[in-house]
Ligand binder design. Structure first.
Ligand code: GDP
Ligand code: MG
Length: 167
C-alpha cells in the first residue's frame, strides 16, 4: 500500500510535531512561534507493508502579506491530489474563526478528512475530551476522529492504522 496524506490546520496546533512523531525523525521545523513552517515539507513513513508520504503544510490563516498569501496557497494545494487529509486541532474548547474557515473548505472536498484532536495531554479529564469529540462529530465533516498527543507520542500509531485502512 502507498499513499499521500496532507496535514492541515491553523498554526501552532502541533502539525509538525505530529508528522515528526509519525515518521520518527525531526524533519519539519517545530516551534511555538506561529508560521515556522513556511513551505510544505514532505516526510515518508515506511513499514513492512506500506509507504505513506506526509505533507506538513504551513498553517492556514488569514494572510496579512505576500509571504502569508504564499503559505496559505501552499496549504490549500494540499487539499488536492492526496488520498486523505488530516485536519489537526488542539485542546481549544470552542471552534474559532480560523478553524471554521478551514472546516467550510474541507466540507467541499471529496477527499476523506480525518480529524486529529491533538494536545490531549492538556485535558484535565476524559469528560472534556468526550465533549470536544461530540462537538466535532456533530459537524458531520470527518470520517473519523482520533485524539493524540504528538508531544508524548500517545495514540499516534492508532492514527497511522486509521490512515492505512483508508489507503
Ligand atoms: P504547527 O504550527 O501546527 O506545526 O505546530 P508545532 O508542531 O510547531 O507545535 C506548536 C507548539 O505546540 C510547540 O511548542 C509544540 O511543542 C506544542 N505541541 C505540539 N503537540 C503537542 C501535544 O501533543 N501536547 C502539548 N502539550 N504540546 C504540543
Ligand atoms: Mg508547523
Amino acid at each position: 500500500k502507498s499513499g499521500f496524506v496532507s496535514i492541515v490546520g491553523r498554526p501552532n496546533v502541533g502539525k509538525s510535531t505530529l508528522m515528526n512523531s509519525i515518521v520518527g525523525e525531526k524533519i519539519a521545523i517545530m516551534s511555538d512561534k506561529p508560521q515556522t513552517t513556511r513551505n510544505t515539507i514532505q516526510a515518508v513513513f515506511t513499514d513492512e507493508d506500506c509507504q505513506i508520504v506526509f505533507l506538513d503544510t504551513p498553517g492556514i490563516h488569514k494572510p496579512k502579506n505576500k509571504l502569508g498569501e504564499m503559505m496559505v496557497k501552499s496549504a490549500e494545494d494540499a487539499f488536492k491530489n492526496v488520498d486523505c487529509i488530516i485536519f489537526v486541532v488542539d485542546d481549544s474548547k470552542k471552534i474559532g474563526k480560523g478553524d471554521s474557515m478551514i472546516i467550510e473548505n474541507l466540507r467541499k472536498t471529496k477527499t476523506p478528512v480525518f480529524l486529529v484532536i491533538n494536545k490531549v495531554d492538556k485535558f484535565a479529564d476524559k469528560e472534556e475530551l468526550f465533549d470536544l469529540i461530540k462537538m466535532y462529530d456533530d459537524l458531520e465533516v470527518f470520517e473519523q476522529i482520533v485524539p493524540t498527543s504528538a508531544l508524548k507520542g500517545s495514540n499516534v500509531s492508532r492514527l497511522v492504522d486509521v490512515i492505512k485502512s483508508n489507503l
